[in-house]
Design a protein around this ligand. Structure first.
Ligand code: FE2
Length: 381
């Protein structure tokens, strides 16, 4: 048995000692300079492990096979549709495993992945890897109502055992069909006891208003912990409507998961100058009391080749494009990665005696962590 004493380390806003036991996990927590141990590490930042609420493991590490020449969302979807036809079960599993290993190196031990229901082979492959730290969302990349067969494949994927039902309402043919696809997602989730996790209003169109439908459905109370991913149209909503819908988000408990790495380059693509950033209004959502998660979304996939599986990278982008560079906001962004980001799993890890995992970062606090963006020492018992 060996122990490591993390002495005088930062944890939230306190300096503490933590005694780590390789077999048991966190053996003791106390004020700085009060505990003893074998190996001693002085200083640094301690946090619980991070969680990824939004990524696409079925497409991860595929970007180099079909480079996105225009850099647009539409070409990304078209390239993915071609790549999807050539997938094999082993290829999906190998890339998912490699990506999860990258996440782990960066301190992320829980991942919620979307999987395109256009490939039931990929759905089956990712479901075979599912456990308490890997959730799978049935995501109809090309919509449910746009073409024959898509609804059936999506329903089949959910019946195969996905944790959550996805939809992409802004990509359906009409506004009404987009709204209907949201309602269908809730009905399917109710039928299977699943949750709902939508790609919601991932567009710069201020007329894309599916989030309010998701909130109204959530308020019926039949599906717990509903997630609305992206919500980039919110960036462009007129102020009175933005205020209304954000209040609805807060009161319904829908969690908005923003994906700043992808959306800062995929949105604003049809703009001249000034060019919109296209990101959910994180500062205003916080002010309304809404829950916000931060996703990485793409790890070297057809939409975004630069993904590293580091949630700190996503946080770094968010503080820049979201104007969240006050001391308090930067800390809150980093802390979101080990608090709200875990909520889709139903529990938040704490750094307390008995905890089986924690991270040590070579940084004095969260602000220095954002600045340096190093990998943590990952401690798992
Ligand atoms: Fe996504």
């Amino acid at each position: 048995m060996s122990t490591t004493l993390f002495r005088d380390a930062r944890c939230l806003d306190a300096q503490i000692d933590v005694l780590w036991d390789d077999a048991r996990g966190v053996a003791a927590v106390g004020p700085a300079h009060t505990l003893a141990g074998d190996e001693i590490v002085v200083g640094g930042l301690l946090t619980p492990p991070l969680a990824e609420p939004h990524v696409h493991l079925d497409a991860a590490l595929l970007g180099a096979r079909a480079p996105n020449c225009s850099g647009t969302l539409r070409e990304g979807i078209a390239n993915w549709a071609r790549l999807r036809e050539g997938l094999t079960r082993q290829d999906v599993i190998d890339r998912a495993r490699a990506t999860l290993a990258m996440y782990r190196e960066h301190g992320c031990l829980r991942v919620r992945t979307h999987v395109d229901t256009g490939s039931l082979l990929a759905v089956d492959a990712l479901l075979s890897m599912r456990d308490e730290n890997l959730q799978v969302v049935a995501f109809p990349q090309e919509g449910i109502l746009r073409a024959p067969g898509r609804r059936e494949a999506w329903e089949r994927a959910v019946a195969m055992g996905c944790d959550a039902v996805g939809a992409i309402p802004h990509f359906e043919r009409t506004t009404e069909e987009g709204w209907e696809s949201v309602r269908m997602a809730f009905r399917l989730a109710e039928k299977h006891g699943a949750r709902v996790d939508l790609h919601c209003d991932e567009t710069d169109d201020p007329g894309s208003r599916n989030l309010e439908v998701a909130c109204a459905e959530t308020l019926r109370g039949t599906v717990p912990h509903v997630v609305a991913g992206h919500c980039t149209a919110m960036h462009s909503y007129p102020e009175p409507y933005a205020a209304k819908v954000m209040e609805l988000v807060a009161s319904s408990g829908v969690q908005v998961v923003c994906n700043p790495l992808d959306n800062v380059v995929l949105q604003g693509r049809y703009d001249g100058y000034p060019r919109r950033r296209g990101l959910a209004r994180v500062d205003q959502l916080w002010a309304m009391g809404a829950s916000v998660g931060i996703g990485h979304d793409s790890v070297q996939d057809p939409w975004y080749r630069l993904g590293t599986a580091s949630l700190i990278d996503a946080a770094y982008m968010l503080v820049h494009v979201g104007h969240l560079t006050s001391e308090a906001d930067m800390k809150r962004v980093v802390r979101t990665l080990h608090t709200e980001n875990h909520d889709c799993f139903g529990s938040r890890p704490q750094l307390v005696e008995g905890a089986r995992a924690m991270l040590w970062w070579n940084a004095a606090d969260e602000v220095e962590l954002l600045r340096t963006r190093g990998k943590p020492r990952v401690m798992v018992a």
